[in-house]
Design a protein around this ligand. Structure first.
Ligand code: PAF
Length: 282
């Protein structure tokens, strides 16, 4: 496994692979868990070469958010990626991606203003900017994202389509702990009591999915159902619970089985966690 910190070195290495070989790319912010590793495994399965980037992207954190305290453990990440026989790791410093005087940002209109974009107004602009830069640097055949960040995957797909990027964007299933908690690097912030409370979201979503499977189609009823379930946990504050269309993220009154995203974000103490389920394909 080769690790590169500069764009020039990485590009020089990747030039060696280009002739007819497929290249899978997994962008991450590090502190890897099984969710990230499942993306790496998928990339390994589908491509000749797999590149993983580790970059905690300051542009996607708001001024009062956890950029400084975001968990970082380079050695552990490196060990995990070596075990999976990843070919190349890109591990740039902030200055490499955003040199002095950096001024260009990419924004996907509308899709970035709802759900998480409402509570984190500059977040998706930061995500799309860094992802476009990384896609330009790596030039992969296929790039892999997790469906826990469903809105992110939808926005990145839209960006790729609108900007005619020559890459296939894959949105892979959410990976959960055995008790149902969606894996997130931020789960490390949770105390044992908070972790128990954090389960409220995945539990409520699971019950809501069952309600839909049993025939409930009223979006407001599902929202209220989820809110009520979560309110049983006093340590939790709801940021949002929304039922939207999967393709346009528009609010909807009626749940359809092929175009619905039921998504939520909660605060447990100082930790903000998200989870969702989708009916239909991203
Ligand atoms: O999902 C993430 O970890 C990040 O948003 C991403 C896609 C690596 C961009 O920084």
């Amino acid at each position: 496994m080769k690790i590169f910190e500069t764009i020039d070195q990485l590009r020089e290495e990747l030039r060696k692979y280009k002739s007819g070989q497929t290249l899978g790319f997994v962008p991450t912010m590090g502190y890897l868990h099984q969710g990230h590793l499942s993306l790496v495994e998928q990339s390994k399965k589908e491509n000749d070469v797999t590149v993983v980037s580790i970059f905690v992207n300051p542009a996607q954190f708001g001024p009062a958010e956890d950029f400084d305290s975001y968990p970082r453990e380079a050695e552990r990440d490196e060990h995990l990626l070596r075990k999976l026989a990843v070919d190349v790791v890109f591990y740039p410093a902030v200055k490499e991606i955003y040199p002095e005087g950096y001024a260009t940002y990419v924004e996907v209109e509308k899709l970035g203003n709802v759900l998480c974009g409402k509570s984190r107004p500059t977040h998706f602009r930061g995500v799309t900017t860094v992802v476009l830069k990384l896609l330009n640097i790596v030039s992969p055949t296929c790039a892999y994202f997790g469906r826990k960040d469903a809105q992110q995957a939808i926005i990145i797909k839209k960006m790729a389509k609108d900007l005619n990027l020559d890459v296939v964007i894959q949105a892979m299933p959410i990976v959960r702990d055995p008790d149902g908690l969606a894996l997130s690097s931020r789960n490390v912030y949770l105390s044992p009591e908070e972790r128990e409370a954090a389960l409220s979201l995945s539990r409520a979503l699971k019950k809501a999915k069952t309600e839909i499977e049993q025939g409930l189609r009223d979006a407001s009823a599902i929202k209220e159902f989820i809110q009520k379930e979560i309110s049983k946990y006093p340590l939790v504050t709801i940021d949002y619970i929304e039922v939207v269309t999967l393709d346009a993220l528009d609010k909807t009154n009626t749940i359809t089985l092929d175009n619905t995203l039921v998504a939520g974000a909660i605060w447990v103490g100082k930790t903000r966690l998200i989870d969702n389920f989708t009916l239909g394909e991203i």
